[in-house]
Design a protein around this ligand. Structure first.
Ligand code: ADP
Ligand code: MG
Length: 346
């Protein structure tokens, strides 16, 4: 089959709330009055983000899930998705389950698959998602303020543990192994949680690079915002309680190597959980969210003042290089941590 055959066979699905889907030069979308359109794209490259022999159905799921996670982190309602795909060959035994995995997740979240592009090349997936959020309600990285609590959904480090298992770096009991591999291969985007956090969270980010790294991004963005107008901008700082951060993973697992657990919890990427901040006055409303959003929520620390990092205070033009101070509190001991996570060009 040629590319047009592939498109009509695998990439053409009925749309439910879009004016025109696949088939013309572009899709046509009716925006909801009073809403802003939220747009995100995430690329998955074979050999960088996944193994080329990864299960195609899971890959279809994950390619969309990581994008829906970005919409969740904005508090957006997902609406449409587009898929740009480069394929080494027209392998239908691969394409059918891949497209099914993508479409099944789209269906569950009411996402119309409205277009894309299909070309020959090294396996590469680029998904674009569109969502909507009422004007003024979007969750941003930049709203955290000193004194806010820091919260995280789900089990920080779970996906990293799955990867460690695949690499033979640890041996897990069946239940823990299954949970870890599900989180790694077919993460559930926290869309309902993002939605519920509108009007509650002061800042939000999804955890893709690792807890410390993504908390670092939030602290930088919020510091910039808190210092807006000042000559010197510094990231905010944060304190994390080790027992709280590690509790979800520890509850799920028999004891595993301390270094491995620490690495997974603090630096493991690929969890696609939501990391958010909120004023202490919101604790009860957040705890009440736990049931309907299905992911448990854990309060793991608090936001501190803007503090100059190792680099000292920096003029605002250099602030991107300032590293936030994140302090880990463990048995009363305080340790400063570095917030760097996975970097493609680091
Ligand atoms: P053009 O040459 O105008 O880009 P294409 O032949 O690439 O048109 O695409 C024809 C139609 O098929 C368009 O509506 C496009 O959005 C859709 N399409 C192409 N590839 C995909 C894909 N991988 N997933 C969904 N829709 C696709
Ligand atoms: Mg095209």
């Amino acid at each position: 089959v040629d590319e047009f055959g592939l498109i009509s066979r695998y990439f053409t699905w009925p749309v439910r709330h879009t004016a025109l889907g696949v088939g013309d030069d572009a899709a046509l979308i009716d925006p909801t009055p009073g809403c802003l359109t939220v747009a995100a794209a995430d690329m998955l490259v074979a050999g960088v983000h996944f193994f080329a022999d990864a299960d195609p159905r899971g890959l279809g799921h994950k390619a969309l899930a990581v994008n829906l996670s970005d919409l969740a982190a904005m508090g957006a309602q997902p609406r449409q998705a587009l898929l740009g795909i480069a394929l080494p060959a027209a392998d239908e035994a691969w394409l059918a389950p891949f497209a099914d995995g993508f479409a099944a997740l789209a269906e569950r979240y009411g996402v119309d698959w409205v277009g894309g592009d299909t070309t020959r090349g090294p396996l590469n997936l680029c998904v674009t998602v569109l969502g909507e959020v009422p004007r003024g309600m979007a969750l941003l990285r930049s709203g955290a303020r000193p004194g806010d609590d820091v919260w995280v959904s789900g089990v920080p480090g779970l996906a990293a543990l799955g990867l460690a298992h695949l690499r033979g770096e640890c041996v897990l009991a069946a239940a823990a192994r299954d949970a870890a591999l599900v989180r790694l291969h077919t993460p559930e985007p926290r869309v309902a949680l993002g939605f519920a956090l509108r009007g509650i969270a002061s800042a939000c980010i999804d955890v893709s690079d690792g807890l410390l790294a993504d908390l670092g991004h939030l602290l930088c963005a919020s510091g910039d915002e808190a210092c807006a107008g000042a000559r010197v901008a510094m990231p905010l700082s944060a304190e994390l309680e080790w027992d709280a951060v590690a509790a979800p993973l520890t509850a799920l697992l028999p004891p595993i190597g301390d270094a491995l657990r620490r690495d997974a919890v603090l630096a493991g990427g690929d969890d696609y959980e939501l990391l958010f901040t909120a004023p202490a006055a919101c604790r009860e409303s957040i705890t009440a969210l736990t049931a309907p959003t299905t992911a448990p929520l854990t309060r793991i620390g608090r936001i501190g003042a803007a503090v100059a990092g190792e680099n000292g205070s920096l003029p605002s033009s250099d602030r991107r290089s300032a590293e936030p101070v994140i302090t880990l509190i463990e048995d009363g001991r305080r340790t400063h941590l570095r917030s760097r996570g996975y970097r493609h060009f680091g």
